[in-house]
Design a protein around this ligand. Structure first.
Ligand SMILES: Cc1ncc(C[n+]2csc(CCOP(=O)(O)OP(=O)(O)O)c2C)c(N)n1
Ligand code: SF4
Length: 477
């Protein structure tokens, strides 16, 4: 049998343990056509090795089995948020979010709209089939007035559920997007136009021009309860009447300042910024705090830390101190806090990553170093510590669970020492002493001390006091 060339797609799709060469889409489904157009555009433009697709939850969920490129699978409605992260972390790559009309128009509307408003540099391909396909054909924000769905069995009643949401028209109120268009895949001519528009979205991302939204009207024969031909006709005769096709905006030929018409202001609050409008995070922070960028150093192995205890025990500032010490040594570092709703006394933890090379994710699932100030924290995280890692636990914590094999356990009298030294609040500094003495941060003692003092920037006397306590704890324990 002759094989059909599948540009940009894997040759086989290993779904459900089977190695098949057909997709999971129903016959006549618009997603199938769109998936092929996207794969072709990506391959023809030579972008496969530099493209990050952000996949939705919806019928488009399995695109990671089909498109031969990098993928992030986002939670339902969060593809634009995940794409924001991807395009900021990898400004050199082409980022494309793929979303359905339930995904983008309902649960995910705000994060998609805000990403567009910020002019994030990704392309959003938005498949509008007028309902929730994957979950059985429920009403979506895009459902037509009078359209029958499983949750509008007598037709959408606009007096109860409002009117169809016009995503392109709403996004067209924003300043930042550079391209907004609506196409359809309901017949061959439309498919050819859709392909051109998809290429345009890729071009915009390749050339770093800004945010692009492409809505694609697509048939869902299964939930329209029609054959493929009738479903395509329904798109042309009904959906496109409500959602006219066309280019709403194309600022791609204009210079960036023309497409973002911000009038200069004399107000000090609105003083012209020296950073470009869409500067990367790193540039913005560097500008704000004059922070020197980290230096890449492949010889410094990444270390992942978790600090956990109750709110008020200084857990978050202990993590910040490590991150600050890393910054002083020009290491890449991320600090990621997590705490319960209580202001004080609830559980609190933070993750810190210190690395010689850029860090992909701030979350720490398997720490090399775990510091626990209470029993719940110990019991929750001890099993996650990586082999060869270390757990430092306050001596007040009953150690009822052993750490995993190959993990060193150090019981440290942080709370007792802080009390004995007359500064009970300094238990976190006592823990810093343990980290310093055990030499498990990969950072110099000098940086740790400087970072500790810096953490009391607003109360310099306390900074020096804590430096003294740090030294005393090292000498005592
Ligand atoms: C947080 C969350 N809420 C709800 C769901 C259930 N859910 C899965 S897909 C979906 C809607 C899919 O519709 P759409 O985004 O229009 O994509 P389609 O399947 O039509 O392509 C919903 C509500 C979920 N998976 N996660
Ligand atoms: S249910 Fe609809 S959207 Fe989902 S695969 Fe089938 S035809 Fe496509």
């Amino acid at each position: 049998m002759a094989t059909i060339e599948q540009k940009g797609m894997y040759a086989k799709f290993p779904r459900s343990g089977k190695n098949v060469s057909f997709t999971h889409y129903c016959p006549g489904c618009g997603h199938g056509i769109i998936n092929k157009l996207i794969a072709e555009a990506c391959a023809e433009m030579g972008l496969q090795d530099n493209t990050i697709f952000v996949d939705p939850v919806g019928c488009g969920v399995f695109t990671y089995y089909y498109w031969d490129a990098s993928h992030i699978s986002a939670a339902h409605g969060r593809a634009s948020a995940a794409a924001t992260g991807a395009c900021r972390a990898r400004p050199d790559a082409v980022t494309i979010a793929y979303q359905g009309d339930g995904d983008l128009g309902a649960i995910g509307f705000n994060n998609a709209f805000q990403a567009a408003s910020r002019g994030e540099k990704f392309g959003c391909i938005f498949v509008n089939n007028s309902l929730y396909g994957m979950t059985g054909g429920q009403m979506a924000p895009t459902t037509l007035a009078g359209e029958t769905t499983t949750t509008s069995p007598f037709g959408r009643d606009t007096s109860l559920t409002g009117y169809p949401l016009h995503v392109c028209e709403v996004f067209n109120q924003l300043k930042a997007p550079v391209y907004i268009a609506r196409v359809s895949v309901a017949d061959t001519r439309r498919i050819m136009q859709a392909k051109q528009a998809i290429r345009k979205v890729f071009e915009i991302q390749r050339d770093k021009k800004g945010y692009a939204l492409l809505e694609i009207i697509a048939p869902c024969p299964t939930n329209f309860k029609m054959d493929a031909q009738k479903a395509a006709e329904f798109c042309i005769n009904e959906i496109e009447k409500e959602f006219p096709l066309g280019v709403f905006r194309d600022d791609t030929t204009k210079a960036p300042e023309e497409s973002s018409p911000v009038e200069p202001s004399t107000s000090p609050l609105l003083a012209p910024k020296t950073v470009p409008l869409f500067a990367s995070c790193a540039e913005l922070f560097a500008e704000k705090d004059a922070i020197e960028p980290a230096i890449d150093d492949n010889t410094f192995a990444e270390r992942r830390f978790k600090f956990a205890g109750y709110g008020g025990q200084g857990i978050l500032s202990l993590g910040l101190t490590i991150a600050e010490a890393a910054r002083l040594e020009k290491r890449h570092t991320l600090w990621f806090p997590s705490y319960g709703p209580e202001q004080r006394g609830g559980s609190a933890n933070c993750s810190v990553v210190v690395s010689g090379t850029p860090i992909g994710s701030p979350t720490v699932e398997h720490p090399d170093v775990l510091v626990c100030m209470n029993q719940p924290a110990y019991e929750r995280f001890v099993g996650d510590v990586r082999e060869g890692g270390i757990v430092i636990v306050d001596e007040t914590v009953p150690v009822k669970v052993d750490p995993p094999a190959g993990v060193k356990l150090v019981v440290w009298p942080a709370i007792r020492m802080a009390e004995e030294f007359g500064v009970p609040k300094a238990a976190n500094t006592m823990m810093l002493a343990a980290l310093k003495k055990l030499n498990c941060t990969g950072l110099s003692g000098e940086s740790l001390e400087t970072a500790l003092v810096a953490s009391f920037k607003k109360k310099p006397a306390l900074g020096e006091k804590n430096r003294e306590l740090l030294k005393k704890a090292e000498a005592t324990a």
